[in-house]
Ligand binder design. Structure first.
Ligand code: XMP
Length: 516
């Protein structure tokens, strides 16, 4: 059976990062909120190890997340991180205190392996002193019986502790963040030396296993996939095509709001390269017709979402009975947070609503367990072109939310050309990896310009580039002035209708990434 680590989420901000770090070490990890899984369920699920995440609380706060101490007696190795460290101490009978003025936040030097006679396996291969990332206001003042202190800092008398006999380890710092110099090593030691994992999680295995699974389960059945050209739906489509071949049909709705040449690129990639059954629906007139005269952003989104469903419904209706609907849902879309009951499903980011209107036997979500970087790795494994696999995010409503005010074919065409130039310049400067999303926005403002001897009165175009980990917050990317100068000069010279170019220097919050 495949090794499986449970990341038991107590509401820490790094819960996803912990799971990704584990998977980077070729061990499968899944996140479950602490209040959604019982100790009995954990015992039965066959976990190889458990990691307690951090959390914003103090263990003595009655409202803070607690867990059944029986978890420590299951015989499954445990690693507690930050709040998880204190929770273990508390559950096992230790004592926690407020660190008060000596709370640690940021990089701190930790001393390991010098506090007891036998070296702690968690710190194997590490020097005695190293830098770790701390963020705590409470600390473990007295360790529980059966535990030993494994590390200290200048302020923290128990930066790590363990009960090696029961294979329970805990660290006050965050091994999952890159600021912790030997964080990877620590996680590696826990996974391989403490839990005895075999490293059986990799993307080539994933692809082979998943293809095999669906080949068997969907024998003789048909499936439909809504292809957007984005990374997730593309990887899902190619994967399913490998499993069921021509019994998969992809419907690609071209709403006329795509970037320059994008529709053709998507069609060619899937039809020519992969020989996938693809129906391209050129529905630009329909969408633009519905959007005529509409200026309110939310209304635009709603119209596009509804029209999309209608077109998809019509197309799938033409195909007769289809057994399955394939969706490119990925892990961050489905995980719930231990911080509360609110789930973090980003409804507006997905092609929602389809299952309600089309009659399928079931939905298939082959990427449901994967993080974005794993989806990309699977895409490369499947032979999907690099440019598509590393494509920057593009919103479902497309350029409609980047053309301010009313959408017209003329405005769309101006924006397409300007956006293409900006992207070309970023590529030419080899800066695609330095920024996570970059695009142009056609504002509804016009301004006066001069060209030759003539006065012009064209649109103001905004360029936007953001740097972010998760798109929940983002900073504007400090693109080099030379690049901005070149893009601006090319755009005003080559695109008719634009007389001014500005660069958006607002972070998120307070702004959002998109302008509408
Ligand atoms: P915001 O504007 O909310 O964008 O800061 C965050 C990220 O989400 C993308 N985005 C969307 N993606 N449908 C999508 O598929 C949408 O309606 C949508 N709105 C925003 C945006 O491009 C950015 O990556």
């Amino acid at each position: 059976m495949q090794d499986k680590i449970l990341v038991l989420d107590f509401g820490g901000q790094y819960n996803q990062l912990i799971a990704r770090r584990v998977r980077e070490q070729h061990v499968y990890a899944e996140i479950r909120p602490y209040n959604k899984i019982s100790v009995q369920e954990i015992a039965q699920a066959g976990y190889t190890g458990i990691i307690f995440t951090g959390g914003p609380n103090s263990v003595y706060d009655p409202a803070s997340p607690h867990y059944d101490p029986a978890i420590l007696d299951l015989g499954i190795p445990v690693l507690g991180i930050c709040y998880g460290h204190q929770l273990i101490a508390w559950m096992a009978g230790g004592e926690i205190a407020s660190a008060g003025s000596i709370s640690e936040y940021g990089k701190v030097e930790v001393h390991t392996n010098q506090v007891k006679s036998e070296d702690c396996v968690l710190f194997k291969g590490m020097p005695e002193k190293s830098t770790v990332w701390m963020s705590h206001t409470d600390y473990v003042r007295r360790i529980p019986d059966g535990f030993e202190v494994d590390a200290v800092t200048g302020h923290c008398p128990c930066a790590a502790m363990s009960d090696a006999r029961r294979r329970i380890y805990a660290v006050q710092f965050h091994p999952e963040v890159t600021h912790t110099e030997y964080g990877r090593q620590i996680l590696h030691n826990f996974l391989y030396d403490v839990c005895g994992c075999s490293g059986d999680w990799s993307m080539d295995d994933f692809v082979a296993r998943t293809v095999d699974k669906y080949r068997r389960e969907m024998e003789g059945k048909t499936a439909l996939c809504a292809l957007s050209g984005g990374v997730d739906s593309s990887v899902a489509a190619v994967l399913m095509h490998k499993a069921i071949g021509d019994r998969l049909t992809c419907v690609f709705v071209d709403h006329g709001l795509l970037r320059k040449d994008e529709g053709d690129m998507v069609e060619q990639t899937f039809r020519r390269k992969f020989n996938i059954n693809i129906i391209r629906v050129n529905a630009a007139d329909r969408f633009l017709g519905k959007l005529a005269g509409v200026t309110e952003p939310e209304k635009k989104r709603k119209i596009i979402g509804e029209e999309f469903i209608r077109v998809f419904e019509e197309e799938s209706g033409k195909l007769g009975k289809v057994n399955y609907l394939v969706q490119g849902t990925i892990y961050p879309d489905v995980i719930e947070s231990g911080a509360g009951d609110a789930s973090v499903i980003k409804s507006h980011h997905n092609v929602g609503g389809l299952p309600d209107v089309v009659d399928f036997d079931a939905i298939v979500e082959p990427l449901r367990d994967l993080f974005k970087d794993e989806v990309r790795a699977a895409g490369i494994e499947l032979g999907i072109p690099y440019d598509l696999v590393w494509r920057q995010p593009f919103p479902g409503p497309g350029l409609a939310i980047r053309v301010m005010g009313e959408i017209t074919e003329e405005k769309l065409s101006i924006l397409r050309e300007a956006d293409a130039i900006f992207r070309e310049e970023i590529t030419a400067a080899k800066l695609e990896k330095e920024t996570n999303q970059y695009f142009a926005v056609l504002t509804n403002g016009r301004s006066v310009g001069v060209m030759g001897d003539a006065r012009t009165y064209g649109y103001t175009l905004a360029l936007r580039a953001v740097s972010t980990d998760d798109f929940m917050t983002a900073d504007w990317t400090r693109l080099p002035y030379e690049l901005l100068a070149k893009a601006s000069s090319r755009i005003t010279n080559e695109v008719r209708g634009i007389s001014r170019v500005v660069y958006d220097i607002t972070s998120k919050p307070p702004a959002t990434v998109e302008w509408e």
